[in-house]
Write a protein of this length. Structure first.
Length: 148
């Protein structure tokens, strides 16, 4: 499975040092992933700012992230947004509802205390695992519920 990444300028500095992953400048709206003919199946925006969420909800595609998200919606492909700010304003909730009705998965990183995580890393693995579950990516990032 091909993986592509769009990041902010600040995150790029970290990624260049820590990951071996194809990534694009957010200003590169001509990148292949911004075209419906490219054929991406899944897009996850984690975390997703309220600004980005609002732009997507209103059809504003002024950078690569919002353009690619617009294409995912247009092509009826899987788009997952993980809103990061709390509490949610009424405007943000309306934007999330609008996107949810369009089939966008809204999945903020909500702490699940039943997961009995013992560290920040375990909590992050739980969030990522839940997001992967929602887009059908196999993983073993957290312990699944068992009645035993």
């Amino acid at each position: 499975m091909d993986k592509h990444l769009v990041v902010s300028d600040h995150a790029k500095v970290v990624l260049d040092k820590e990951m071996d992953l194809k990534h694009y400048k957010n200003s590169d709206i001509g990148a292949s992933i911004a075209s419906g003919s490219y054929g991406a199946d899944i897009m996850m925006i984690t975390p997703c700012s309220m600004n980005t969420l609002a732009k997507i909800a209103c059809g504003i595609a002024d950078d690569l992230i919002t353009r690619a998200a617009s294409v995912m919606i247009k092509e009826n492909k899987t788009l997952l947004l993980a809103p990061r700010e709390m509490p949610f304003s009424a405007i943000a909730l309306e934007n999330m509802l609008k996107l949810s009705r369009l089939g966008v998965i809204i999945a903020p990183p909500v702490a699940a205390y039943y997961a009995e995580t013992k560290s920040i890393d375990e909590m992050e693995n739980f969030f990522i695992g839940k997001w992967f579950d929602l887009v059908n990516i196999e993983h073993n990032l957290y312990k699944r519920w068992s009645s035993e």
